[in-house]
Design a protein around this ligand. Structure first.
Ligand SMILES: [Zn+2]
Length: 474
């Protein structure tokens, strides 16, 4: 809701939309049109006549550039496609129902109406959804921009409505109303409204520190509830007065965009936005190979992940082989792995580690993963004579030297890695001596205790890998 509060309940009215479905024109204005998995931000014209199409375009440009200059949008610009839909109205402006009951009617496409002294703008939601279904059914963030000079706005479910008013910067009203409609945030101001307060991401009635949902943001030295004093002007705490209540309900910060125009979002509201962005868009843009079951892949096969990244880039990529951490970065070569079996799963987890999200449950949303199943089959497919004869392969440890038996002569360079039962690499090296059917290498600084080990043997030409168990005596 805009501030200060409206007095009338939100009304809806019927609007016959039959026959209007093909109206309007969709244009892409920001992002990457070819990437169909981005978050679709849509701004729809209301109360603009056919001759005001350029005015609508200018108004949208102003709002969009201001929004992507604000936090957190400016950091997550790469996650958005922005669109506008121009739907001409027969008349300019919006309908006003005056306090004395008279109506200044305007014939507009979505029937935007201000009631009396209320600053809530009502629209016909069904017609908005019809237009969206026609032009961009996978919309995510919707705003109806009303060409009226009077201040007003609303969040009707997931539809934000605001006017090109002359008393407040419309981009500020956009951020506030989409804070409701997109990020699911509550109003943080206290002036009365007919809506009852309830626990939400950025408001609470709880005052015990360990029960406050944003407690991870509150420093130990900050008292809760937090006094409205200059000492606490820039910290997150528990400030009384929120969601239309002067007492008994609390907000995270003294000032926030959800409390008043021309203030930035507080850290808790920024966090809610980022979480919501990741609910709509994966940070994984593309994978290579793009088939996720690999049979007998060459050891030189490299798996890679291309991401959509925030700016600055706070993404990390961690690789796992059968649940064991196996590397980091955007690429992983299969030859670097040491699977214990011939069928294994390689998984890349992409995670945004931004400091703007601290809530543990929210951090879980800031990640996505992709997995490849790798199958090595012996005997069929790959030419047997060029493979390490793994059926006969054995590894033994004797006087500090590792003896690998069963190697084929044409396995050129022989690299060896030894892992303990917990998956930790305890030795990595190249065979120093290669016999006709075996390879011998020494293990410097050997500190292997008794127990089970997995020895991975890599032959480079052709690239093959075998794993063999080795039991070291106590
Ligand atoms: Zn806030």
């Amino acid at each position: 809701m805009p501030f200060p509060r409206p007095l009338l309940p939100v009304l809806t009215f019927l609007w016959l939309s039959t026959g209007l479905l093909a109206d309007g024109m969709l244009s892409h204005i920001r992002g990457n049109e070819d990437d169909t998995h981005l978050l679709n931000m849509v701004i729809i014209a209301e109360g603009y006549t056919q001759s005001e199409e350029q005015l609508f375009a200018d108004n949208v440009t102003h709002i969009v550039s201001a929004v992507f200059d604000s936090v957190p949008y400016k950091h997550y610009s790469a996650f958005f496609n922005v669109w506008k839909i121009f739907v001409p109205s027969n008349e300019s402006g919006a309908t006003h129902v005056l306090p004395d009951g008279t109506t200044e009617a305007r014939d507009t496409y979505f029937g935007a109406t201000y009631y009396s002294s209320s600053r809530v703008i009502n629209i016909d939601k069904a017609t908005v959804y019809d237009i969206l279904a026609e032009h961009i059914p996978d919309y995510d963030l919707i705003c109806v921009l009303v060409n009226d000079k009077d201040y007003g706005g609303a969040a009707h479910g997931d539809i934000a409505v605001l006017s090109m008013n002359i008393s407040n910067d419309p981009s500020m009203v956009y951020l506030h109303e989409t804070g409701h409609a997109f990020a699911g945030l509550a109003d943080e101001y206290e002036s009365a409204y007919s809506m009852s307060p309830r626990e939400m991401y950025n408001v609470t009635a709880k005052t015990a520190r360990n029960e406050i949902s944003w407690r991870v943001w509150i420093l130990d030295e900050t008292p809760v509830p937090t006094p409205e004093a200059t000492d606490y002007i820039s910290v997150v705490g528990l400030f009384e007065g929120a969601m239309y209540q002067e007492t008994g309900w609390y907000r995270p910060m003294l000032y926030c965009q959800m409390r008043s125009n021309y203030r930035r979002f507080c850290p808790v509201c920024i966090e809610a936005h980022i979480k919501q962005i990741y609910r709509h868009v994966s940070p994984v843009k593309r994978i290579q190979p793009d088939i996720t079951t690999l049979e007998n892949p060459p050891d030189t096969t490299t798996l890679s992940v291309v991401t959509r990244a925030p700016e600055p880039n706070t993404l990390t990529i961690t690789w796992y082989c059968d649940g064991r951490e196996a590397g980091s970065g955007s690429k992983l070569q299969l030859s670097g792995l040491s699977p214990a079996t011939e069928e294994y799963v390689v998984k890349a987890v992409v995670r945004d580690t931004t400091a703007m999200v601290r809530n543990p449950a929210a951090r879980e949303v800031l990640a996505d993963s992709v997995s490849w199943r790798v199958k090595i089959t012996t005997g069929t497919g790959a030419p047997v004579r060029r493979r390490i004869a793994e059926q006969e392969l054995s590894a033994t440890l004797h006087n500090g030297a590792l003896l690998i038996r069963g190697l084929q002569r044409d396995a050129d360079a022989v690299r060896i890695a030894v892992y303990n039962a917990r998956g930790t690499c305890v030795f990595r090296g190249t065979a120093v001596e290669r016999l006709r059917q075996s390879a011998l290498t020494t293990i410097p600084g050997m500190n292997m205790s008794g127990g089970l080990y997995f020895v991975t043997v890599y032959g480079a030409a052709p690239p093959v890998r075998s794993v063999v168990k080795m039991v070291v005596a106590e």
